[in-house]
Ligand binder design. Structure first.
Ligand code: MSP
Length: 642
């Protein structure tokens, strides 16, 4: 039977749009989930929204909306963002859903009946931003929140409390006996120190606002948000209901992982395990707390133009580029900095130069010297071969160990070390010199085989990270589906491939200075207008660079991996149809386009869109609501348009 793997993100507050910092957690979990899938696990990925609490109520009031309308809106936008980012989640739990509320109410009543929750009087300071209460001694200067340094307000009210003190010793021994329960180690030490200082019982209900789950036996109280929020990890699996199959399978399964940011470590490392102990539920999870993305000058701030939203980056640069940056740039145990410069440099240096060029050169050389075909492997014949083969093997090991221990950035670094080694192998073996000598044909074949096989390794390992580029690599190299699997990672498995006739660049190179400037301005909201930017005017010569032609659509299918895209075959008079991927699925059914004569930009650089090659573009007129593809009546396929 397959081993199970259950991974969760924190559930997000619907207080605004998610920036790259929040989305990091989700992309990180997505990569781990895909990695575990590749290792043959039966995986389950949960994410969702934390929709109760005073803060949400206040935000909704400010918008003159009922809180449920407000949270519905943000939940829909968040799901759309995850779709756009190709996040492979299985369930999206919202704490306002009935399935969640009933479980929380049941948990609360059980803890109350057992005496683990009791009624008392709360006096403390509340930080609305962090949804956290503090005692006077914990506060910063001028009674500010010790975490976010914002103002707090003093509260005194009747409240229920969870007896943390009762479980303190048990929790301490649990953490001490399970050294890999919390990673990184620095975070584990933080938690241990905190517990050793002594735990105060935790206030777990409120009477001063309504937007929360009512306590059944005393409905003037609502459950304070952390008990509500943390329960999502089991309520989503059906814990405590008649339908608890998922809970039995995954919570009691082989591996359970909670990934959180460092700011919410304490809640997950202390309150959650204590809740589970009190409920007599086994603590099966491992907790990983990552650092923060910040701007160069510190925390991301809207006023300084340093808050970065994922949409902005995907629109302009692409999803793989964003995923790569996020996963590569945040070091294990530390924080990461986003700057337009570091982002653009990672794309140009790592993706376009090191990785993209390697594939490009390899496909070109296999075409040039071997007529597009590489046959089979005949063991290492030079030290270079041996070295490369060893490196492939070691990279699989290092990469996998790092992925298993949440060191995703390190895992990526290991793949890039192999990319560099493979680039160096080209310099060492000089295939262009071997190509000049008929007697060196075998040697040349062997070199190109080694390049292709190393790239296959790279493609497999990058599947959880670069979703489109890894698939494009396989297609360009002609690697069959069965050889894209992790369990085929052994040098020499590759046989009889036929590469694409022309390589298509995996990542377009950016004009570095121009992009950095544009991105910086964009983030500051200082978009250039047409008048300000004379360079925006196209010269006649610019226009004539475009090869616009009439094309007849001969076939059209939905894209298997993107709802918005259609994969279209067009006859543009070349004797062979071109494939174009167009974002028109919202406006046209595939059948309705077949037979239409359209205008095609025929000399655009080919790109891969979600794994499908696109060699051109259709012209269309659009506004916010409609989109209409330009069509012609009399013209013939191949006619030029000017
Ligand atoms: N609702 C709680 C979590 C409840 S889980 C039972 C919450 N939500 S949040 O929306 O504020 O944060 C969600 C996640 O985003 C947290 O893991 C948080 O650490 C993470 N991040 C918020 N800002 C971040 C960065 N700048 N960088 C990296 N992660 C960041 O907390």
């Amino acid at each position: 039977m397959e081993k199970t793997y259950y991974i969760t993100t924190p559930i997000y507050y619907p207080s605004g749009n998610l920036h790259i910092g929040n989305t990091y957690t989700t992309v990180f979990c997505d990569a781990l989930r895909r990695y575990k899938d590749m290792r043959g696990y039966d995986t389950y990925y949960l994410t969702g929204m934390d929709e109760h609490g005073k803060k949400i109520e206040t935000v909704a009031n400010e918008r003159n909306m009922h809180p449920i309308k407000h949270v519905d809106e943000i939940a829909a936008a968040t799901k759309a963002l995850w779709d756009r980012m190709n996040i492979s989640y299985d369930d999206f739990i919202r704490t306002t859903e009935k399935r969640h509320k009933t479980v929380v109410q049941k948990i609360f009543e059980q803890l109350l009946d057992q005496g683990d929750i009791y009624l008392g009087e709360y006096e403390g300071y509340y930080c609305m931003h962090c949804e956290a209460f503090f005692t006077e001694s914990q506060l910063g200067e001028d009674n500010t929140c010790p975490d976010c340094e914002r103002e707090t307000s003093k509260l005194q009210e009747e409240s229920y409390f969870l007896r943390l003190s009762k479980y303190q010793k048990k929790l301490l021994s649990f953490i001490e006996e399970n050294p890999d329960f919390i990673t990184p180690e620095s975070r584990r030490n933080e938690v241990l120190n905190f517990i050793r200082q002594g735990l105060n019982d935790l206030s777990v209900s409120r009477t001063t606002f309504d937007w929360g789950i009512k306590i059944v036996s005393n409905p003037k109280h609502v459950v304070y948000v952390w008990i509500d929020a943390l329960s999502n990890y089991i309520s989503a699996l059906g814990y405590g209901t008649d339908n608890d199959e998922l809970y039995q399978k995954y919570w009691h399964g082989d591996e359970v992982v909670h990934v959180v940011g460092k700011d919410i470590l304490r809640f997950h490392a202390i309150y959650w395990p204590i809740m589970l102990m009190a409920l007599d539920i086994p603590i099966t999870f491992k907790l990983h707390a990552h650092g923060f993305y910040t701007a160069k000058e510190g925390k991301m701030s809207k006023s300084k133009g340093s808050v970065v939203y994922p949409d902005t980056l995907i629109d302009r640069y692409g999803l793989d580029e964003l995923r790569y940056f996020l996963l590569r740039e945040l070091p294990y145990g530390g924080d990461g900095i986003f700057t337009p410069q570091s982002f653009v440099e990672r794309i140009n240096y790592d993706l376009a130069n090191d990785f993209g060029n390697l594939l490009n050169r390899t496909v070109s050389m296999i075409n040039k010297y071997l007529n597009g075909k590489v046959t089979s492997y005949s063991e290492a014949s030079t030290d270079y071969d041996e070295d490369l083969e060893t490196m492939c093997k070691e990279t699989v090991k290092t990469y996998s160990e790092n992925m298993e221990s949440f060191k995703v950035s390190e895992a990526i670094k290991a793949v890039w070390a192999l990319i560099s080694r493979t680039n160096k192998y080209i310099d060492e073996t000089e295939p262009w010199i071997l190509g000049k000598d008929e007697n060196k044909k075998d040697e040349l074949e062997n070199v190109l085989y080694h390049l292709a096989e190393s790239l296959r390794h790279i493609g497999i390992l990058l599947q959880p990270i670069l979703l489109d580029a890894s698939q494009s690599l396989f297609k360009q190299l002609g690697v069959s589906k069965s050889l894209r699997r992790y369990d085929t990672l052994s040098f020499g498995e590759l046989r009889e491939i036929e590469v694409a006739r022309k390589p298509s660049p995996l990542f377009p190179r950016l004009d570095q200075e121009e992009e950095i400037e544009k991105l910086t301005k964009h983030l500051r909201g200082e978009e250039e207008t047409q008048e300000e930017n004379e360079e925006n005017l196209a010269t006649f010569e610019d226009f004539t660079k475009l090869d616009l032609r009439v094309g007849k659509i001969t076939d059209c299918k939905p894209h298997s991996n993107a709802d918005k895209l259609l994969v279209i075959q067009v006859d543009i008079g070349e004797g062979k149809d071109r494939q174009i991927v167009a974002g028109v699925a919202k406006h046209y059914t595939p059948e309705s386009l077949i037979g239409k004569k359209v205008v095609v930009v025929a000399n655009l650089e080919p790109v891969s869109l979600r794994g499908e090659k696109s060699e051109g573009m259709l012209l269309a007129a659009s506004n916010d609501d409609t989109l209409e593809v330009l069509t012609l009546e009399k013209a013939n396929p191949g006619d030029s348009v000017s």
